[in-house]
Design a protein around this ligand. Structure first.
Ligand SMILES: [Ca+2]
Ligand SMILES: [Ca+2]
Ligand SMILES: [Zn+2]
Length: 364
């Protein structure tokens, strides 16, 4: 809940990965590439005096200024534009991913199919589920969002549901939104972790390759649900303008979700150091495994220092563990004596060495 403290330390990186758009003059930027369609922009606002942020998609009618349209669309929601500084200090960040309990590391989202356009039908839920999977499947992030099933609740934070109350549920629904230019909205709390979404039934929606593509918009909105802001990267899902059908997270989106919710590092240890002699060579094999699961760790970079008679023999050497978690070091023309191995470093993607290794000597 303590977003101000949690987020204060990550402002610099957030600005780089996902919030650059806010340092640009407009909270709505970008050009339209959907031929024959008016430009669609996304903008974020805050309701003064309330614990609420809203993200909207708004259609810019021909000849209209997109910033004016965004301001007007936000005003329809009772909100004013959000500045970059405000976003980085008050944005939603789900606390369950940073507490000491791993069993609660997920967000649950429910779907209300009432009022779904006939052109969308049951495919609306499928599209939403795809986007939940897309954000969940980022391997470098532990962010997880699950389908909680169907609901008849009106997404409580959405203005058109009345009252804008926190009901403890993250709901998605189809509503006739009051602004004729607003394609969809996502509301989130700033202190209370809750996110509700609605798409406007007054537009033409498609799940079969036409615009506006439901999954593309759900994917962007579920980025806001995760706590991401807009990106200046025109390829990113979190770019604040509907460009075309795009149902795949891009590098910038992956960087953003990874920054907010990085996967916890796996604790690894060295459980075995084996020696063998082949002709004049001394082979030293180091095995790396995960402490908790016992699984062998491949691709880890291991640096050792071989000692003979208690003093370093040669310099440190580095190798990479194979698929069995082993890395072999070969000392050619090894003289007779008592050898020990000091493991200096173990590094690799998302692993953290516990510093332990066996110290049993080997006599050649
Ligand atoms: Ca947790
Ligand atoms: Ca709700
Ligand atoms: Zn947006």
């Amino acid at each position: 809940m303590d977003k101000r403290v949690v987020l204060s330390g990550i402002i610099t990186s957030l600005l780089i990965v996902s919030l650059v758009a806010y340092s640009l003059p407009a909270f709505a930027q970008g050009s339209n590439t959907v031929s024959g369609k008016p430009e669609v922009i996304s903008a974020s606002g805050i309701v003064p005096g309330k614990d609420l942020i809203v993200h909207i998609w708004a259609v810019v009618p021909p000849g209209k200024d997109k910033n004016e349209v965004a301001v007007a669309a936000l005003a329809h929601q009772g909100a004013r534009p959000l500045t970059g500084n405000e976003y980085t200090t008050i944005a939603l960040r789900w606390d369950q991913f940073s507490d000491s309990n791993n069993s609660n590391d997920s967000v649950t989202q429910y779907y209300n199919s009432a009022n779904v356009p006939t052109t969308v039908g049951v495919n609306g839920l499928t599209a939403l589920q795809h986007t939940q999977k897309s954000w969940t499947d980022v391997t470098t992030s532990k962010y997880t969002i699950n389908d909680g099933g169907s609901t008849s609740r009106c997404p409580s934070l959405v203005k058109e549901c009345g009252g804008q109350t926190f009901d403890g549920f993250n709901d998605v629904g189809w509503l006739s939104l009051s602004s004729s230019t607003t394609l969809g909205v996502t509301w989130t709390g700033t202190n209370i972790d809750e996110a509700d979404m609605a798409l406007n039934t007054n537009f033409n929606w498609s799940t079969t390759g036409g615009n506006y593509d439901v999954e593309t918009v759900f994917l962007h909105e579920n980025g806001h649900v995760a706590g991401l802001g807009h990106s200046a990267d025109i390829n990113a899902i979190m770019y604040p303008s509907y460009q075309k059908i795009n149902r795949v997270l891009q590098t910038d989106d992956i960087n953003g979700i990874t920054f907010l919710y990085p996967t916890s590092a796996t604790s690894v240890t060295v459980d075995q150091i084996n020696y063998s002699v082949k002709q004049k060579s001394l082979n030293t094999t180091v095995h790396v495994k995960a402490v908790a699961s016992g699984n062998s760790i491949s691709g880890a970079s291991v640096t050792i220092q071989l000692n003979k008679g208690g003093v370093p023999y040669g310099g440190p050497t580095t190798g990479i563990t194979d698929t069995n978690g082993n890395v072999k070091f070969v000392l050619r023309n090894a003289p007779s004596g008592t050898y020990t191995t000091a493991v200096k470093t173990i590094s690799g993607s998302n692993i953290l060495w516990d510093g332990n290794y066996p110290t049993t000597p080997f006599i050649k």
